[in-house]
Design a protein around this ligand. Structure first.
Ligand code: SF4
Length: 296
């Protein structure tokens, strides 16, 4: 993209996003809603987003997200029953459920979604053990202080003034806070950039602070759990001004997507901003065929 085109895009998006009316919309053939993850994916790399949302390509499921999903599934199992019982499942029972149901079902579902084998790095047995270890640590250290009102609860909002709603799911809703659990290799003590966008949207919708809980496991198997009790920078709580800004940022992303459709249409490649991102390309399933990497 030339410098002139870049400034044209920036000015056009700014003008569109800051208007108070419903934004111009030309993605109706492809999109009936935005989600926080879709918005952050577009922010990271419009080309990657185009592959998924416009071209309908599916990324091969990767080991780390599948392992994370299995932990979420098991935590949801515990907190779902805790809404009524007010008691956590015994550790042994939860881990047995994870071994017999949670892990194998997650693997099956994730493979069925894309029709592709999971791309294992450490392998299914090691990943199973890693998920089990993260689940056990979180259940021991954090579950007792969670008082869930709902788990995996769906929200849908038109408050951003887009032509389609923003739809998402809260991991755990409590009376005074929303909790989102993040798993992975790396320990986080403050909300990552894309989490802040997600947390901002949750905060905007629920008007409650959002807590991120980082559950990490090193290659050597050491598990660490970090919550706002250990690091306050894992809380996202917006001021009135920040609420306006998050709204404007969501509108700007939507406007930018519409502008790229206008400029390039569905077939010509959209900008590959992932190459400027600190980690996007390293975890991208489209990298083997991405033009940005064709000559590297
Ligand atoms: S490899 Fe990088 S630039 Fe290419 S689609 Fe993936 S994130 Fe975007």
């Amino acid at each position: 993209m030339s410098v002139d085109l870049e400034s044209y895009v920036r000015d056009a998006v700014r003008e569109e996003a800051s208007s108070s009316s419903v934004l111009h919309w030309n993605l109706g053939d492809y999109l009936n809603h935005w989600s926080p993850s879709s918005l952050t994916q577009f922010r990271r790399c419009p080309y990657q987003w185009q592959q998924v949302k416009i071209k309908g390509r599916k990324e091969r499921p990767a080991e780390a997200p599948v392992t994370g999903t299995s932990v979420h599934v098991a935590l949801s199992r515990n907190f779902e029953q805790k809404i009524e019982s007010h008691e956590d499942m015994p550790m042994v029972e939860l881990l047995e459920w994870f071994d017999d149901v949670g892990w194998p079902t997650t693997v099956q579902v994730e493979q069925a979604k894309t029709g592709q084998e999971i791309k294992w790095k450490l392998g299914p047995e090691a990943s199973h053990r890693r998920g089990r270890a993260m689940l056990a640590s979180y259940h021991e250290q954090v579950s007792p202080r969670i008082e869930p009102l709902a788990t995996e609860s769906r929200f849908e909002t038109t408050e951003f003034g887009l032509s389609v709603p923003v739809i998402g799911y809260f991991d755990i809703s409590q009376a005074d806070v929303t909790v989102d659990v993040k798993t992975g290799r790396r320990k986080y003590t403050k909300a990552r950039e894309d989490w802040r966008m997600q947390g901002g949207i949750y905060n905007f919708v629920e008007e409650k602070p959002v807590e991120f809980h980082s559950v990490s496991i090193t290659d050597g198997g050491k598990v660490e759990v970090v919550t706002p009790l250990e690091s306050e920078e894992l809380i996202v709580s917006l001021s009135v001004l920040e609420r306006q800004q998050i709204s404007q940022r969501v509108r700007a992303i939507s406007a930018e997507a519409c502008l790229y459709m206008e400029l390039y249409g569905p077939e010509i490649d959209w900008p590959m901003h992932g190459v400027d991102h600190s980690w996007a390309c390293s975890y991208c399933g489209f990298r083997p065929t991405c033009p940005a990497w064709s000559s590297r």
